[in-house]
Unconditional design. Structure first.
Length: 244
């Protein structure tokens, strides 16, 4: 499942993209915390039900679950047989925008992540404005994610700012400490790991309280525990944190 390919204009070659979804990014693995309305709205859009507008924009800082929800929607829609495109714009920001965005209207669901990486650049603004119009005309469902709300993205094109706010706009809330512990326990369980509460408390006291960093650490602990045939205990975690 990959983002679509496109071309800027003949004779320019097509820009190949192979941007995969994380298998763990599913709705079942998303702990909503302070974001239940956003989660429910994105899931409804993924299956095309209960929508007054076929577009949703999520905004907030890193680690609040924006990418998880976009990818979960792509998984859900793909499993229903819909063609989908997920595009993390930060990874293609240096490419010609038309080469990246051309042809996406052939999908039934398009998810554009990291909008703030490209909005504000004149060529990208024009290309995104045209894409959103084409997606609406084709009946495509659209998910967008950015650090800021549409009016804070710094677009040089007022019409693009308006288009980005066509549908519901949700400000994603950062997880509280109890939310972080539940998310870590849930992700550990999906990996077949037991994460005792005391170990989760230790992680939050001795590591960054950033969800992206914590989940990456959990991945590392999982591999180490498997290699050493160990359980997640405080001595084991302390030893792992002391390593480079």
């Amino acid at each position: 499942m990959s983002a679509g390919q496109g071309r800027e204009a003949a004779p320019q070659r097509q820009l190949p993209l192979d941007l995969r979804l994380r298998d763990t990014s599913r709705f079942a693995g998303f702990y909503p915390g302070g974001n239940p309305l956003a989660r429910d709205a994105v899931e409804a859009l993924a299956v095309g039900v209960g929508m007054s507008e076929p577009q949703i924009l999520l905004h907030g800082p890193s680690g609040v679950g924006k990418t998880h929800l976009l990818q979960a929607a792509c998984h859900q829609s793909h499993e229903r047989g819909d063609p989908v495109s997920y595009l993390p714009l930060g990874e293609v920001a240096s490419a010609p925008p038309l080469a990246v965005l051309d042809g996406l209207e052939g999908a039934r669901l398009v998810a554009l992540d990291d909008l703030d990486e490209v909005v504000g650049q004149g060529d990208w603004d024009e290309a995104l404005f045209g894409l959103l119009n084409r997606l609406r005309d084709s009946g495509c469902r659209v998910l967008l994610a950015a650090t800021h709300a549409p009016d804070g993205l710094g677009s040089r094109l007022p019409d693009l700012t308006s288009r980005l706010a066509w549908g519901p706009v949700f400000r994603m809330q950062a997880p509280e400490e109890d939310d972080l512990k539940r998310i870590l326990a849930q992700r550990a369980a999906l990996r077949g790991l037991e994460l005792p509460e005391a170990v989760a408390d230790y992680l939050l006291r001795h590591y960054r309280r950033d969800l992206v960093a914590l989940l990456a650490l959990l991945d590392r602990l999982d591999l180490a525990a498997l290699a050493e045939q160990r359980r997640l205990t405080i001595p084991f975690v302390r030893d792992q944190l002391a390593r480079p």
